[in-house]
Design a protein around this ligand. Structure first.
Ligand code: HGY
Ligand code: MN
Ligand code: MN
Length: 418
C-alpha cells in the first residue's frame, strides 16, 4: 500500500516515541524500572492528564465516556465518517512493565504526530483510545471497560467491582474526575487497531520483529472461597483439622495439573490467595483464591472449568471444607478481522520487517472491541518474553517497527471512503 505522502516514506519519529514512553514511565515508576500505576489511582489520573495534554497539543479533541475511556480525535477530510481508532491502556500491574499498554497508546499518538508533521490529511478521522482498567488487577475482571463498551458487561456490574480495600470502580472513577458524560458504547469505529508487546517468547526466539495477530485465546477466571475451621496450631490434632490452606494448596496443584494435562497450549494460574486470619499459629479457617485458565480452543477451555469444579468438590469433601466457586470472567477465543489483519501483514511486508502470524496469549481490549468493529493487533517482541514483571523490556528498533506497521495499517484503513 504505497503511501501518497511527500517523499513516500511514512515512518514515525523513533526518538519522539521513545521519549514519550520514558516520560510516561516516570509516573508511578518503581525502583526496578517498572511501574505500579494501578487503574483509577492518582498515578492513573496523572497519566491520563499527561496523555490528554499531549493529544491537545497535537491538535486533537479529547472525549471521555462514562467508563472513563478516553478518545482523542484527529479530524478527517470527511469528518462525518466513522473514525479509524488505535489505542490500548495506560494502567499497569502492581509489578508491571513500562511498555505493556503504554506502547500502544503512545504509538497511536506518535502516528498522529507524524501525520501532523507531514501535513497528511486522512479521509476518515482518527481516534486514539485509552481504555480504563485493562489489567483487571485492582478491579477484576480484566478489560472490563472495553467489555462494557462492547456490551459484554453492564456498566452497573463494572461500577460495583471492588478492590481489596472495598473501594468500588464507580466511586474511584468519580474521585479521579474521569467519569465522562458520554454514554459508553455509543461511539462507532470504522476499525480498531491495537499495538502491544507480545508478552511471550515466540517472536524473539524466532528472530522476528512483528507479530501479525490473527487470534486471541479465550479466558475463564474463577473466584473460590474455602471455609474450614480456625483453631489453635498447637493442640489441634492433625486428623480433626479443617484446614482451608491445605485445601488451597491442593487446588493450586489441581490447577497446574489441569493445564499440564492439556499441554502445550493450556495455561492455568492461581495468582491471588487471601488467608484468614493469616496468623502464623492459627489454622486458616477461610481462604479466598483466584484461578485464571486460558486456551485458544473454546471447548478445551470449557472442559478445564468443569475439571476445576469437579476437582474442588473432591478436595473439599476429603478435608471437610465448604466451598463457593464463581466464574467472574469468560470470553471465547477471538478471531480478528481478516481484512485488517491483512493490512498489518502487508505493512510488515512493505516495510521489510520479518514477521509471522501469531495467537495472543494475553487478553487485550482488542478482544472485546472486535465484537463491535473490524479489529486487528500488531505485536513486537519483548526481551526474554517477560511481561507483568518490572524488568519488562524492548528495543527501540522493535518499538519503532510496530509503530510503523500501525501507522501504515491505520492510514490505509482511514483512506477508505464512506
Ligand atoms: O490478563 C491479561 O491477559 C491482560 O494482561 N489483562
Ligand atoms: Mn496490556
Ligand atoms: Mn497486562
Amino acid at each position: 500500500m504505497a503511501s501518497e505522502v511527500p517523499g513516500g516514506n511514512l515512518q514515525i519519529d523513533p526518538a519522539r516515541l521513545w521519549d514519550s514512553i520514558m516520560e510516561m514511565h516516570r509516573i508511578d515508576a518503581t525502583e526496578k524500572g517498572g511501574n505500579r500505576r494501578l487503574t483509577l489511582t492518582d498515578g492513573d489520573r496523572e497519566a491520563r492528564e499527561l496523555f490528554r495534554r499531549w493529544c491537545e497539543e497535537a491538535g486533537m479533541t479529547v472525549a471521555v465516556d462514562s467508563m472513563g475511556n478516553m478518545f482523542a480525535r484527529r479530524k478527517g477530510r470527511n469528518d462525518g465518517l466513522a473514525p479509524v481508532a488505535a489505542g490500548s491502556h495506560l494502567d499497569t500491574q502492581p509489578t508491571g512493565g513500562k511498555f505493556d499498554g503504554v506502547l500502544g497508546v503512545l504509538s497511536a499518538l506518535e502516528l498522529v504526530r507524524t501525520l501532523n508533521d507531514l501535513g497528511y490529511e486522512t479521509e476518515r478521522p482518527i481516534e486514539i483510545v485509552n481504555w480504563t482498567n485493562e489489567e483487571g488487577s485492582r478491579f477484576a475482571p480484566a478489560m472490563v471497560s472495553s467489555g462494557v463498551f462492547a456490551g459484554a458487561f453492564t456498566q452497573d456490574f463494572a461500577y460495583a467491582r471492588e478492590d481489596v480495600d472495598g473501594k468500588s470502580l464507580g466511586t474511584e472513577l468519580e474521585r479521579i474526575g474521569f467519569k465522562g458524560e458520554e454514554p459508553v458504547g455509543e461511539r462507532r469505529f470504522h476499525a480498531f487497531f491495537e499495538y502491544h508487546i507480545e508478552q511471550g517468547p515466540i517472536l524473539e526466539d524466532e528472530g522476528l520483529t512483528i507479530g501479525v495477530v490473527t487470534d486471541g485465546q479465550g479466558q475463564r477466571w474463577y473466584e473460590v472461597e474455602l471455609t474450614g475451621f480456625e483453631s489453635h496450631a498447637g493442640p489441634t490434632p492433625m486428623p480433626v483439622r479443617r484446614d482451608a490452606m491445605l485445601g488451597a494448596a491442593r487446588i493450586v496443584e489441581l490447577v497446574n495439573r489441569i493445564a499440564l494435562e492439556r499441554a502445550p497450549l493450556a495455561v492455568g494460574t492461581v495468582g491471588m490467595v487471601q488467608v484468614h486470619p493469616n496468623s502464623r499459629n492459627v489454622i486458616p479457617g477461610r481462604v479466598f483464591l483466584t484461578v485464571d485458565f486460558r486456551h485458544p480452543d473454546d471447548g478445551v477451555l470449557k472442559g478445564m472449568g468443569e475439571a476445576l469444579r469437579e476437582g474442588i468438590e473432591g478436595i473439599c469433601a476429603k478435608i471437610g471444607l465448604e466451598h463457593e466457586i464463581e466464574e467472574i470472567f469468560y470470553y471465547a477465543p477471538t478471531h480478528f478481522d481478516e481484512a485488517c489483519v491483512g493490512l498489518v501483514r502487508r505493512a510488515a511486508e512493505e516495510l521489510g520487517y520479518p514477521h509471522r502470524d501469531i495467537v495472543s496469549g494475553a487478553g487485550h481490549d482488542a478482544c472485546y472491541v472486535a465484537r463491535v468493529a473490524p479489529t486487528a493487533m500488531v505485536f513486537c517482541p519483548c526481551k526474554d518474553g517477560i511481561s507483568h514483571n518490572e524488568v519488562e523490556d524492548i528495543t527501540r528498533e522493535w518499538a519503532t517497527a510496530g509503530a510503523n506497521v500501525l501507522l501504515r495499517a491505520v492510514v490505509a484503513k482511514a483512506g477508505e471512503a464512506g
